[in-house]
Design a protein around this ligand. Sequence first.
Ligand SMILES: NC(=O)c1ccc[n+]([C@@H]2O[C@H](COP(=O)([O-])OP(=O)(O)OC[C@H]3O[C@@H](n4cnc5c(N)ncnc54)[C@H](OP(=O)(O)O)[C@@H]3O)[C@@H](O)[C@H]2O)c1
Length: 310
Amino acid sequence: MVIGVERRMRDSVLIFGGTGNYGQFIVRSLVQKKIPVKVFTRDAKRAKKKLGEKPDYFEGDVLNRDSIIGSLVDVKAIIISLSAMHPKLIRKQKEIEYDAVMTILDEAEKAQIERIVFISIYDMRKELIDKLKLEIGYYKMTIEDRLANSNFNWTVLGCPPSFMIFKSFTRKRMMIVPGGGSPLMPSVAPQDVGEIAAQAAIRDDLNEKRFRMTSAEPFSFPDVAERISSVLGRKIKYRKLPLFGLKIASIVTYPFNPYLRHLVKYVQLLNNFPTDIAKQAVVDYKILKSNFEYESMSLEEYIRISFKQL
Ligand SMILES: NC(=O)c1ccc[n+]([C@@H]2O[C@H](COP(=O)([O-])OP(=O)(O)OC[C@H]3O[C@@H](n4cnc5c(N)ncnc54)[C@H](OP(=O)(O)O)[C@@H]3O)[C@@H](O)[C@H]2O)c1
């Protein structure tokens, strides 16, 4: 069902996951550029509260093929930024993050939509995906292969954890990190991903390109705790917590909800981030700056905006 659409949307950019952590910033950047954007969401009223009146909304569910088909009318480009990393959705992770994406690509092909921007994970290192048995890694890898072998004009944006992750590990005066995190890890402001994805969606000169989204430098968690302390003007202590407790909790809760198990894998990924890839972030950032026009948001600026209530 299309909600609030009077103007023509022949050239609109359709975004799946436009209300999400990254998606909301993609939508805002598109709106700011006055590009017609259609947000595919399960709840248009809730989405409108978050994103305002400017975008059009298509209320549907990606688990329903007809709903996907209906959303593709008058669409020029598609951005896919879906995720099921939520306690209520995690049981359907494969259906949402893999099966539905394949259905979107099937139907987009039939509807002759050429331009696809796919939000993926930072890097595709198979040894690491195998080591951690990271289901999400296999899904993304297969989708990226599918794009590479398609006739779409496609671009993949590989995302690291956004700066939000540092906030989620920080409570009042303490940053508590299970396992302590890797010595170095790339990270990025969701605002930067929003701007880059919006630009990518309306360009057609980025076919078959894969970019790694990153800020100017990689960080360690203790390093970030220091920076938060310095921006907020009060000491935020860093504490490494053993991963063991979280693992036990994930085993105990698994029969009721597999979410914690997925969270443990995610935290293990944060603790096993390959140092050589992290070091490469400085070069990856230069590549972004030479391909996209944007003012990158520094970690300090992000802390100033988002950590006020700590
Ligand atoms: N966040 C990170 O730090 C991070 C790091 C690396 C990679 N990524 C990648 O970035 C992408 C986006 O992640 P995110 O964290 O921004 O996601 P998120 O905040 O969890 O948002 C999930 C989005 O998926 C949509 N969705 C879920 N189930 C749906 C369904 N059945 N039908 C229609 N829409 C559905 C939701 O839309 P509604 O609720 O409006 O229906 C929501 O907009 C993912 O591909 C993820 O793998 C994220």
